[in-house]
Each structure stands twice: as C-alpha cells, then as structure tokens.
Design a protein around this ligand. Sequence first.
Ligand code: AMP
Length: 374
Amino acid sequence: MSRLRIGVLGGGQLGRMMALAGYPLDLLFSFYESTPDCPAAALGKVFGDAGNSMASLDAFIDSADVFTYEFENIPAAWVERIAARKPVHPGVKSLATSQNRLNEKKLFAHLDIPSARFSEINSEADLRAATQKLGLPLVIKTVTMGYDGKGQFLLKEEAQISAAWAQLGAQAPLIAEEFVRFQRELSIIAVRARDGSSVCYPLTENTHHKGILSHSIAPAPDIDAATQRCAERYVTSILQELDHVGAFTVELFDTHEGLRVNETAPRVHNSGHWSIEGAHCSQFENHVRAVAGLPLGSTACEKPTAMINIIGRHPSTAVVLQQTDAHLHLYGKSEREGRKLGHITLTANSYDELMARIRHIADALPNPMALPRD
Ligand code: AMP
C-alpha cells in the first residue's frame, strides 16, 4: 500500500509538530512556505518561492494526496486551487470564517454563543456612534489579519477616537467590541473526524505577556463539569456548522456571567502544545489522524500540565532538561525579540507542584514570563 502524503500550507512550528506526530503513523509530509529554511524543513520537502507563484503551488499540489494548513492568514484562493484537484481539510468555509472577525461574530450569534457585543466600523463617525451604543472602554480590532493582539487599539476615552481611527482606519473595516471584564482567559481545542465524530480537550488556562501567550495550564484549574460541557457545546456546534475536519480552537473569556467566546482558529493552537506530553493523543496527532481519515485518539489528561513558551532568546538546553519532567521542544528558529522559538512542557502530580515547577523553570528562561498567581 502506498504511504499517504499530507501537504501542509505553511512550514512553521505547527507544521513541524504535525509531521513529528504523523511520522510514527508512516505518513509523509511536504510543505508550502516561501522561506526554505523554515521550522518544518527538516521533516519534508518545502515548496514555494519568494513570490508564491502558481507554478510552485501546483508543484506542491502534485506532491501530496491530502492537504491541510497550519495558519489561517493564507489566501483562500490557494485553498480553492488545491480543493479543485484534491481534498483539503479543513475546508474553505472554516478558513473564511476564522479569517474574518465579522464572519466569526455572525456565526456566534447564529449559534447562540455568547460573545462581546460589537459594531462594524467603517469611519470615524461609526467609531463615535459605537462609543454611544456599546460604552467605553472599547477594543478596536482589524477584521482580518489580526493575531497576538496585533492591529488593536484599546479605546478608553472619547478623546482617543481620532487617534484610534488614525492608527487603524486605513485597515477598515474594523470591529469595535465592548471590553469584557474577564477573570482569566481560556481556550478549548476540539478535533472533528471526516465521519463527523469529534473529541474535545480539557479547557486550558492561558496567560499572556506583552500580548503573546506566555504559558498555559491544562486542565485549567477550578473548572466545574458544567463549564467544561458548555465550552464543548460551543466548539462542537461550530464544528458541525462549518462541517469542519481537523483541529479547531476557541478562545474564551471566563467571566462572572459565564464563558464569552473571543475568537477562533481553524487549526492546532499554541495553547494546545501541552497535549504532546499531557494528553493520551496530542492535538497534532489527532489533527493528522482527522486529515488522514483515521479514528481519533483519547484527549484524556491524567496530570496537571503546563506549557511555557520560549520567546526571543533560547535558554540553556541542559539547564531545562535538568528539571524533573521537563520536556523541551525547539523549533529550529533563530533568536529575535518576540519570536516563539520553542516551548517547555511540565507535568506534576498536583497544581501546587506544577506552579512550583513553573516558577523554577522561569529562572532558566532568558525571556521574562508572566508568573502564575500565588
Ligand atoms: P485577540 O487578538 O482577539 O485574541 O485579542 C488579544 C487579546 O486582547 C486577548 O487575548 C485579550 O487579552 C484582549 N482582548 C481582546 N478582545 C477583548 C475584549 N473584547 N475585551 C477585553 N479584552 C480583550
């Protein structure tokens, strides 16, 4: 039997970790990425050129049997071109929804999923009207291409309206969201197979530093069964609506009034990296299984697990590995401020022990991290 070849649009660390999860299943990988020395390059042939020509895309399409992507900010036209010839999972509908915050909001409303009230903004006058309708503060975001808090403005007072428009107006349409007073940020990752069955990982608590994910804890501490069920209901209803195949992430705010959905990603997610060591079957393996048409694996997590991002500068490998139950994942990237270079997974027998280990590992990291609450 010939080996199934999976083509991944994007060759970053997510593609790299998909391939690392897929090789034990005897799957083969190729990537479409304009930078030849990308993190995934060690694991399969990289197609793509500086101009992302259609000829290079066609050569990539020839190289695999089934396709997926590791990043949603890619032209839908690429996915459509692939889909005309070969299967792509997730499909164009998932991509188009997650690429556009207004589409996402419409989907949440359609499915009765609570999220921040919002207004579409196409002018400075719209912005002024939104402050009347929604109150202050407002979070102003670009509708497309936003991630890690990029393309955002926190509008605290009316005097800032012109400044907000001056900063973001050229990228209109924008979205103005009411400011959600949350206790913490959570995410849930689910994976849906081609036969429509799905599995959900436990809710994960995420802490950011300077707009970038600093660390995640899974399962998120102090989550009752009803809250987990609620998050699972939200994500599975989205998966069904989109007829999604593969991993899918929903980011949520935990508030005194319950969960509020913030945004989605039609892919494996940084807040799910803990699952490589922390869950029976990782988000990467389950994603690859879904794309390959294989049965999904268990998402059970036996022990409190943490994932700590390595950002900007590398720690000493030996110092990290000296720590009990520390697993180091490096992405093969060069150092640059704010760049995700790798992550560390820690497991422990209790949350107290886990918090102590996170604090300990923080000493080994050159990048400052947001330490867990005491
Ligand atoms: P996003 O790109 O939508 O994930 O936003 C980046 C970060 O900004 C989130 O992780 C939150 O910390 C914060 N944020 C985004 N939207 C809101 C909101 N409506 N209310 C309060 N904080 C927000």
